[in-house]
Design a protein. Sequence first.
Length: 216
Amino acid sequence: MTRAAERELRHIVRRSESGYITAIEAAEQAFALGYLAIGTAIPKEVYFPGIVMTARTGEELGVWHPMLTNERGGTIPVVMAGRVAKLAVWAAFGGDANETMQRQCRGCSLLPEGRIYDLGTHGWRYRKEVDNFELHGHPDLVNVGWRGLAGAKLGAIDFVSDDGNFKIAVPDEPGQFGSTTWHETVATIPVCYGDVQAELSNVLTALHNYAPLSGE
């Protein structure tokens, strides 16, 4: 990236941190400079390739399997990033797609304690007929108690350089890409309640993803 782009990105970060622009606006401005976004509950300095999972099977939600495979059916470890701002915000809320069950495994879950959940507490699906992404969330996540969270930071968006290594198009996810090499985070912006709230009216809940504890 050029020094001018780096300076402009730092300016975007400052405006986002100060609340002058939303996370969506900041991400879209960063995309215009040539950066890609990774939504995450916990920011990282470096992203290493891993197995990204999906429950999609065509138009249906089905058994979990690796999102990217080769012609022999083997898994392809990648770092996944993209240019779709609302997906980055949704992943910052639910957890990074690069790290399966990130919030639960990192001890920062927003879900009620004492219940068992599978991998699919949040996600998205591209709808070709409307050329847009449909967001999904488990009802317990969508309806999480917001009291005390109005001004809270819920997650972050890490930006990485689109350096020519993001060559793998993610199936059925326009604007999302995979890279088989590691990537350093060049900037991070916060994702707050207001950023997520703006998307909640468009979320379709996925009831099948909730499995209660035995005897509950």
